[in-house]
Write a protein that binds this ligand. Structure first.
Ligand SMILES: [Fe+2]
Length: 199
């Protein structure tokens, strides 16, 4: 526990050509090279990586103690683009403490959140400006930018003790992929998906 209670604070979401925060503690940058094995088309992935180690998404975090009662929050920005016909997306994760939820508020762009539970249930919900998405406890989540030009920008809030489990998704993949077919997003089965062990 902190020695002294935190003082209330405010900050601003700054809208410009891009969207950022007036203050943040951490800026995470995820590039193609950080996403090995996440995209279905390995040949397209290797070809893209050979050309340029492109930035796929960025996260601006406000640091808070990682304890129950605190809320971690920040901004997620997924850039537009595709690997093969699969849209740029985040790695996606379960929370280490499975019984923790998350809220996303979409500020800009067009996309969706791909989700699934350890029992193998799945859902894909749209993200567009003014959309609020509730990710219930137990559901892994990955944001996907389905626009060809604009960033997908969301503000997220989740419990301080949630933690991130990226390993399960790296091992089993998501059950559903979002790919472009005839210039439109389509949800497809992931042929490499492995059913998770029920926890
Ligand atoms: Fe999360």
């Amino acid at each position: 526990m902190p020695d002294q209670p935190a003082l209330p604070f405010t900050f601003e979401v700054l809208y410009g050509e891009g969207i950022t925060l007036s203050q943040f503690d951490n800026h995470i940058i995820r590039r193609l090279s950080n996403m090995k094995s996440h995209f279905l088309d390995n040949a397209a992935y290797e070809a893209a990586l050979a050309q340029e180690d492109t930035v796929l998404y960025e996260v601006y975090e406000i640091h808070r103690p990682e304890i129950p009662g605190e809320l971690l929050h920040g901004l997620s920005i997924v850039h537009p683009g595709k690997v093969g016909n699969e849209y740029y997306m985040t790695k996606g994760h379960f929370h280490t403490v499975l019984e923790t939820a998350e809220v996303y508020y979409c500020l800009r762009g067009q996309g969706c959140m791909v989700m699934e539970s350890p029992e193998g249930d799945w859902a894909v919900e749209p993200l567009r400006p003014q959309t609020v998405l509730y990710v219930p406890p137990r559901w892994a989540h990955r944001s996907v930018n389905t626009d060809s030009k604009e960033d997908l920008v969301t503000f997220f809030i989740y419990p301080g003790n949630a933690g991130h489990d990226y390993g399960s998704i790296e091992k089993q993949g998501f059950r559903k992929l979002v790919v472009e077919v005839d210039a439109s997003p389509q949800i497809q089965d992931n042929p490499r998906w492995l059913p998770p062990e029920v926890r």
